[in-house]
Design a binder for this molecule. Structure first.
Ligand SMILES: Cc1cc2nc3c(=O)[nH]c(=O)nc-3n(C[C@H](O)[C@H](O)[C@H](O)COP(=O)(O)OP(=O)(O)OC[C@H]3O[C@@H](n4cnc5c(N)ncnc54)[C@H](O)[C@@H]3O)c2cc1C
Length: 439
């Protein structure tokens, strides 16, 4: 039985290596150098298109935990990254050229992998497939993905608002409510006085923006216009738009504020919240300053910054199982950023999890998803479930999406260490179960 993988990026190579090491023959298609994207510059597999940092390497950090879990699972990308690291303090940064060259060599030489340098225009109608074409997917393969997903829900632009943790929101200044008190109290509301509102607008119109990496013009879809662009359109545009206060009475003052910033639940566990209407292309340091001007969010911890760039991803919560397989056609798997995970290492984790499930399927063994106490399992759960699939947005690994500890430890550092320890214990037991099934 053979698997076709489309895309030799971070997710595709990890999936290929994991399948091949479990005795499955893989044909890996990579379009470069025949065809390339706006961000890739070389012909190497697993190219790092931007930063050479894979972020924190410390277990007390969710990103560090994810890397450690991948090491334990025998990840190719982690092995090569560790061998090619360059000094970067607590982070893991790599020599990008050596990193990608080395991965390319290992894949080219693997006895169970055939690498074909050719673009794939259509998802094959037969056989097992892993689609790992990344955030810059376009052209005929994008049409084919839309077709197999059976709907038009395929984002091209990531117009995302910052996401913050619940525990970092000051609830003494904000309150839970829905507009006009309709239904459940689903939103956290941060009130602004007239003076605070104008201070925020004055900041937004002059704040520093990322140059959009989309080619050329800045064209925005109505409904996902950056908050700074709305502020520029007029002093009161936001007050009559996403910051309108109508139907929201502040219980602290018993009055309707001049303006209100609403935060919407972002995950099923209700530990993460996104700022309604605050999709932005401001540089990250300016996003921090922006929050510091909103009462209740002065100390908010941002787990995902707002971005505005091309990012093709499917609506995974409606489409995928927690193993990355397409519910409507389980011989097709999706892996990497196209599933709505965000980041290099998250894409690797998604490739690995999809491959383990697919290998079990091919070998006729039952498959158990990664525990959701682990970082890998949490990411897979995040993409396959969502508080509201209409607002599904790509996500980095962070503690907010990992199942909480019971009882909860109040002190953050101790809590994160305990979460890391629990994850590694559960992963160890999980791997033992996975391996014993193969005997
Ligand atoms: C501009 C930009 C900057 C980013 N910067 C960072 C960053 O600094 N840090 C970070 O953690 N994440 C970053 N990301 C997000 C993300 O982590 C990376 O894009 C990551 O490479 C995603 O891994 P992937 O395997 O899903 O996709 P990719 O690594 O992009 O791999 C997809 C592969 O599929 C190939 N392919 C596409 N279509 C076809 C086809 N039809 N046939 C055959 N092959 C095909 C592509 O050539 C590519 O090699 C960035 C994303 C973008 C777009």
């Amino acid at each position: 039985m053979q698997v076709t993988i489309i895309g030799g990026g971070l997710a595709g190579v990890e999936a290929a290596y994991q399948l091949a090491n479990q005795g499955v023959d893989v044909v890996l298609y990579e379009q470069r150098p025949i065809q390339t994207s706006k961000a890739h510059h070389t012909e190497y597999l697993s190219e790092l298109v931007c930063s050479n940092s894979l972020r924190s390497n410390e277990i007390g950090n969710a990103s560090g935990l994810l890397k450690e879990e991948l090491r334990i699972c025998g990840s190719l990308v982690m092995q090569v990254a560790d061998k090619n690291k360059v000094p970067a303090g607590g982070a893991l940064a790599v020599d990008r050229e050596k990193f990608s060259q080395s991965i390319t060599k290992i894949i080219e030489e693997h006895e169970h992998i055939q690498l074909i340098r050719q673009p794939v225009n259509e998802i094959p109608t037969k056989g097992y497939i892993v689609v790992a074409t990344g955030p810059l997917t376009e052209g005929p393969i994008a049409d084919s993905i839309r077709f197999v997903c059976g709907q038009d829900y395929f984002h091209f632009f990531d117009a995302a608002a910052p996401v913050v943790t619940l525990e970092s929101i000051n609830m003494e200044k904000s309150w839970w409510a829905s507009r006009y008190d309709k239904g459940e109290k689903d939103y956290i509301n941060c009130p602004l006085t007239e003076e605070e509102y104008h201070r925020l607008i004055a900041f937004l119109v002059q704040a520093k923006k990322h140059k959009p990496d989309m080619e050329g013009e800045e064209i925005y879809f109505e409904g996902c216009m950056p908050v700074e662009e709305m502020a520029r359109r007029g002093e009161k545009t936001l007050a009559f738009g996403p910051l309108k206060p109508v139907g929201l009475i502040d219980p602290h003052t018993k009055q309707e504020p001049y303006a209100v910033v609403q935060l919407r639940i972002d995950n099923k566990e209700k530990t993460l919240f996104n700022l309604v209407g605050f999709q932005t292309s401001l540089v990250f340091s300016e996003q921090k300053k922006m929050l510091s001007l909103i009462p209740g969010l002065e100390e908010a911890e941002i787990v995902r910054y707002g971005v505005m760039h091309q990012n093709s991803y499917i609506n995974s919560p409606l489409l995928l199982g927690s193993d990355g397989s397409l519910q409507a056609d389980p011989r097709i798997y999706f892996a990497g950023q196209i599933t709505g995970v965000e980041g290099y290492i998250e894409s690797v984790a998604s490739g690995l999890a999809s491959a383990w499930s697919l290998a079990a399927k091919i070998h006729g063994q039952p498959y158990e998803a990664f525990p959701d106490t682990t970082a890998i399992g949490s990411l897979m759960r995040y993409i396959s479930t969502s508080a509201d699939a209409r607002y599904f947005q790509p996500m980095n690994i962070n503690w907010g999406i990992v199942t909480e500890l019971i009882p909860r430890i109040r002190q953050k550092k101790l809590r994160n260490e305990a979460l890391g320890k629990r994850a590694l214990t559960d992963l160890d037991a999980y791997i033992n179960r996975y391996r014993s099934q193969k005997k």
